[in-house]
Every structure is written in structure tokens, then in C-alpha cells.
Design a binder for this molecule. Structure first.
Ligand code: PGA
Length: 247
């Protein structure tokens, strides 16, 4: 059976001292985890985290990757550079990147392609805004976002992780109910099934105010294969509780 994946998304938080303390507490508190675990950290801290987590059950991920291979793209980090640092995952298409950095579905698809080509697993985020949900457009939006990635990466689509992150649930304390999340995950699974015979082994994780109190119920849903955890991944006891709730 495929394992669940619990990935922390630290966003733009941390410092050398705070990261060291957080990782120390996580490593000390891990109790024979049955799931896969990752922390997606700011690029400047990838080396620090990679060193501290070497040989542990926790993998390191980036929060973004350039859509370009190399060259005159000031400020960007290529997939090859991330691979060089031992990065296993890269979040692509997070709603904050779509919103504040104008990332389109097409750009997100290319980012996923760059990651895959470098041997990095892209965690492809999809999700509707509150306005889109209220207009009955959830299915249309998430399918459009995933379709762009499938279209460009169909041959290796079973190598991606999908994160369903309803925008209205991110950082707001409003979580999708387990039933609401499961319904969207089932739609995404069906879309992947149409693209690959290996859809069942693709991890579709949920993100959006997942916390120590609600994780177990969300993770018990048949098509929820883990979590992408923002705020709660910055507190070791909370993140450890979520890890313990995973299967
Ligand atoms: P949150 O963030 O858990 O703080 O809502 C999740 C995410 O944005 O990945």
C-alpha cells in the first residue's frame, strides 16, 4: 500500500537558530513513523536542513523551482541546483505563488516538468478560491489546474504528488471538512486515472489549516494520502501529532 506523505511548508519563516531547534525537536520526537515526511524550507536554509536531517526519516523540499533551466534569471533557483543540494521535493504552483507572482497554469506545468527532469518530485498545488467555490466552480478550477500539468507531463505523471489546497482554507483556520476534501480528492483521482494506469499510487495530499486536532479525520478519508501543512509545521509537537495520525 502506498504510504501517506506529511510535508511541512515553512513558507517565509525561520532562522538558523530556530530551524536547528525545530528540527532537533522533530528528530527527538519521531517515533517509528509509518508515513513519508518532508519539510519544505526557504531556499537559503536548504543546506542547513539537509545537513541536519541527513540519514533521518525526514526529507528536504524546496518551496518553488525556476521554470528555466539556467542563465540570466536573477534570483531564481534551478531544478539542477536544488538537486545538487539533495532536495527530494519541490512545491510548485502554491496559491501564494499563483496569487503574488502571477504564476499561470502553464508556468506551473513547466516548473513540474523541470523538477521531474532533475529527479525531484513536484508537489503540484491546486485549489479554488472562496469566490470560485461559491460560484460552483471548484471542479472546473482544480481540473483545469491539474490538466495543464498532465498535458505537459503525461508520460511521468505518476511521479508527481498533488496537493489539494482550497485557497479559502490556507492560513485562515477554516479547514475543508473531511467530506468536502474527499469529494475533491476523488475528482482529482479520477482525472489522474484517465491519464495513467498508475493513478492509485499517486499521493494526493490535503493542505489548508490542517492541524493536530483535525488531521486524523482528514487523513482517514480514502483519497487523502497525506497533508501539506503550513502553520502547524512550525511547532514540533503539532507537526509530530499530525505525523502520528498518518498511515
Ligand atoms: P496552512 O498552510 O496549513 O497554514 O493553512 C498550508 C499551505 O499553504 O501549504
Amino acid at each position: 500500500m502506498k504510504k501517506q506523505l506529511i510535508a511541512g511548508n515553512w513558507k517565509m519563516n525561520g532562522s538558523l537558530a530556530a530551524n536547528e531547534a525545530l528540527l532537533k525537536d522533530l528528530l527527538a520526537g519521531l517515533n517509528a513513523p509509518v508515513c513519508q515526511i518532508a519539510v519544505c524550507v526557504p531556499a537559503v536554509y536548504l543546506t542547513q536542513c539537509q545537513k541536519q536531517l541527513a540519514g533521518s526519516a525526514i526529507d528536504v523540499g524546496a518551496q518553488d523551482v525556476s521554470a528555466h533551466e539556467s542563465g540570466a534569471f536573477t534570483g531564481e533557483n534551478s531544478a539542477a541546483m536544488l538537486k545538487d543540494l539533495g532536495v527530494r521535493y519541490a512545491i510548485v504552483g502554491h496559491s501564494e505563488r499563483r496569487q503574488y507572482h502571477a504564476e499561470t497554469d502553464a508556468v506551473v506545468a513547466v516548473k513540474a516538468q523541470r523538477a521531474l527532469a532533475a529527479g525531484i518530485t513536484p508537489i503540484v498545488c491546486v485549489g479554488e478560491t472562496l469566490q470560485e467555490r461559491e460560484a460552483g466552480k471548484t471542479e472546473e478550477v482544480v481540473k483545469r489546474q491539474l490538466a495543464a500539468v498532465i498535458h505537459l507531463n503525461g508520460h511521468c505523471i505518476s511521479e508527481i504528488v498533488v496537493a489539494y489546497e482550497p485557497v479559502w482554507a490556507i492560513g485562515t483556520g477554516k479547514t475543508a471538512s473531511p467530506e468536502q476534501a474527499q469529494a475533491v480528492h476523488a475528482l482529482l483521482r479520477a482525472q489522474l486515472q484517465a491519464a495513467t494506469s498508475h493513478a492509485d499510487r499517486i499521493q494526493i495530499v490535503y493542505g489548508g489549516s490542517m492541524n493536530a486536532a483535525n488531521a486524523a479525520q482528514l487523513l482517514a478519508q480514502p483519497d487523502i494520502d497525506g497533508g501539506l501543512v503550513g502553520g502547524a509545521s512550525l511547532k514540533a509537537p503539532d507537526f509530530l501529532t499530525i505525523i502520528a495520525a498518518a498511515q
